[in-house]
Design a protein. Structure first.
Length: 110
């Protein structure tokens, strides 16, 4: 498969593929100015990962992808953590209250 579009579109596609292979276009912006690729990445971090470490790792991966895969010089790589994902968010009821399944820790009654 070959990428279509101009150099900006191909650079954007290569960065998306380098990050995860998924279409991340809502959370990724790319600007090419004077041969430098500047990017903005918005993401959600899963708890309990360290936000700064995740942002630093993403910044390094995007810079490396731009320079090695795209073959252009990396400019600014701005990473914004938009939210923190809690796995418990998916297991509760719709109203946010914990589910009652009989296995909760209750005080024994006499």
């Amino acid at each position: 498969m070959h990428a279509l579009g101009g150099s900006a579109a191909r650079a954007f596609g290569a960065i998306r593929e380098a990050i995860s292979g998924a279409d991340l276009s809502p959370g990724v912006s790319v600007v090419i100015t004077d041969g430098r690729v500047s990017t903005g990445i918005s993401l959600v971090v899963e708890y309990p990962h360290e936000l700064r470490k995740v942002a630093d790792d993403v910044r390094a991966a995007v810079s490396t992808a731009i320079e090695t895969i795209v073959g252009m010089q990396a400019g600014a790589v701005d990473v914004t953590v938009k939210d923190v994902y809690l796995a418990a968010d998916d297991s509760g009821t719709d109203d946010g209250a914990p589910e009652e399944n009989g296995s909760a820790n209750h005080e024994p009654t006499e």
